[in-house]
Design a protein around this ligand. Sequence first.
Ligand code: HAM
Length: 413
Amino acid sequence: MTNQTVRGTKDLLFDEWYKFKYIQQIANRISSLYGFLPAQTPIFEYTEVFMKTLGDGSDIINKEMYTFYDKGGKSITLRPEFTAAIVRLLVEKKLQIPIKLFSTGPAFRYERPQKGRQRQFHQINFEVFGVENPKADIELISLAQHLLTKFNINKNVRLEINSLGDSETIAKYREVLIPYFKKFQNDLSEDSQNRLTKNPLRILDSKDEKDKLIISDAPKISDYYTRESLDFFEQVLNGLTALNIPCTVNSKLVRGLDYYCHTVFEFVIEDFGAQGAVFAGGRYDNLVSSVGGKYTPAIGFAGGIERIMELIDYSMKGDRPLCLVPIGKEAEEHALTLANELRRNGLYVIYEYNGALKNRMKKASQANAKAALIFGNEELGSKTLKIKNMDTGEEKVIAYGNMMENIHQTLLV
Ligand code: HAM
């Protein structure tokens, strides 16, 4: 047996776990300010759920899915993202639209692990269904920016945005893009050659240096927008300006999944290099109908919790305990009863099962206790306790009867 985590997965301990939960809590709270409702789907789905939606030109489908047959012979896939699963939920449960759904949890992709990229990672995921109006795009991007501000990481982040237009735009653009890339077919990287017929738009996203040279002269999608597409994009850009959200239009931003149309966006962090996005998403008006649901315009984005963790300073201040210091056998016998009472009143209490006074006080300061509660035969007899503020050294005798009030007073000093 190897005592090691699987490559690309991580244990989360103590402060890291607090940080992780903090990110989920903030996302949850902000999601509710914008009217999102919580939705959790299972971690695995029938493989079809992803096969039918993410597109056979996507890296996820081609090389990254954790797919296996269960004991009943059904093909099952660990979710590589939430959107496809949430669409499955919307259609299966016939949810009333418009609706906004927030989810969080693990996702799985067989990628080469590196900083900010894991095989089991976690997302916070936001989807808005049933709104055609570009205001939904603006509001969602503003939510993403709100989150970044809350995490205090908005300074190093750049919002890149593009529009893929409607189906007509994409079809017209493909017609010019394919012949353009075909001229350079032999010079393109192997990945890009494979994409040439399946999804030529994805070539624009290539990180290969030779591809980049070819891409720099490629036709631009903005020259092929229909009037409606251009109008939609302009409304989104104007709306962002009105909200003071700076962005850069990147005409090569196409995103790695096939379901997008109109608005696509990424909040990019320079530090992360090639996989620089902390939040990413876009519009996918035709996805729900393509899996058998009613026509439902939709837009969403997801953020990687591990990437946010890399970027935020968060130190758990950690509750400081109250340390019990019993002196003598009788007091030691009484310590558990007292600890029980205090804990049931909501206090964080520690104590050693045995030991001399000096050692116990040493342990109290090592544990950064806020106060020590000292009691021996004398205190037991007079139904009192001695409370010592560990920061000021000040000692006070308090009555057992109103100890909670006195402890709170001491702890607040
Ligand atoms: P995505 O760009 O594949 O989009 O992932 C969204 C975010 O998840 C990324 O920006 C990144 O922060 C995080 N992420 C992705 N892969 C990894 C990884 N291997 N390790 C760590 N973090 C990662 C989607 O997943 C779409 N479903 C987003 C969306 C929602 N579009 C519409 N609605």
